[in-house]
Design a binder for this molecule. Structure first.
Ligand code: ADP
Length: 184
């Protein structure tokens, strides 16, 4: 069912879980689960590039030309183009290889890089998708625990630096996995 929502406060920041489409979110920045080449691809990335239009795709391509492939766990920022969000923060999550290849560390690093970039740019509201749990194959229950722990830790270290961090979960199953991780 759409419209599901869960909210807690962490160190002066609202931590919100909603079920929905991240391309519709009215926040300072939405996060893209990008590929290292920053091309549109499928999944959430394809949706963000489609909704944001050429400014997003061309800005991402320019960063790729200048810097080469984006390493897993790093983040870069482009304008949001035609999206309601002013900015898109592109990060590359890890591909799941069974869990013993540093996946959790890399996933945490991806969330942390996005949050640090948002704070450095003075942004106040950020929305994340469930990074790595689509094509990259990270089991959603485990990814949810890493994501929420990382965001909580970051907010504890940067109290009041952000007004809201929102997770926008595409399916009800994903929403429930994140809600379980958030309330457990
Ligand atoms: P990755 O390659 O990091 O696994 P995917 O885009 O394949 O990235 O999937 C990441 C998550 O994004 C999946 O849970 C997928 O269901 C979800 N997703 C796809 N489209 C959207 C959207 N428009 N808004 C929010 N989440 C989305």
């Amino acid at each position: 069912m759409a419209g599901e929502r869960f909210e807690v406060e962490v160190s002066g920041t609202r931590l919100v879980l909603v079920q929905g489409d991240i391309t519709r979110e009215e926040v300072d920045a939405i996060v893209n689960a990008a590929n290292p080449d920053l091309t549109p691809g499928g999944g959430v990335s394809g949706a963000i590039h489609r909704a944001g239009g050429p400014l997003v795709t061309e800005s991402a391509a320019e960063i790729r030309r200048e810097r080469g492939p984006l390493p897993t766990g790093d983040a870069v920022i482009t304008p949001g183009g035609e999206l309601p969000a002013r900015w898109v923060i592109h990060t590359v999550g890890p591909v799941w290889h069974g869990g013993a290849h540093g996946e959790a560390t890399l996933l945490a690093r991806a969330y942390r890089s996005c949050l640090a970039l948002a704070v450095a740019r003075g942004l106040r509201t950020v929305a994340f998708p469930s990074i790595s749990t689509g094509v990259y194959g990270y089991p959603v229950e485990q990814a949810a625990r890493v994501a929420l722990r990382t965001v909580r830790d970051f907010l504890g270290e940067h109290p009041g630096a952000l007004d809201e961090v929102r997770f926008v979960l595409f399916s009800q199953a994903d929403f429930l996995a994140y809600r379980t991780a958030a309330s457990g």
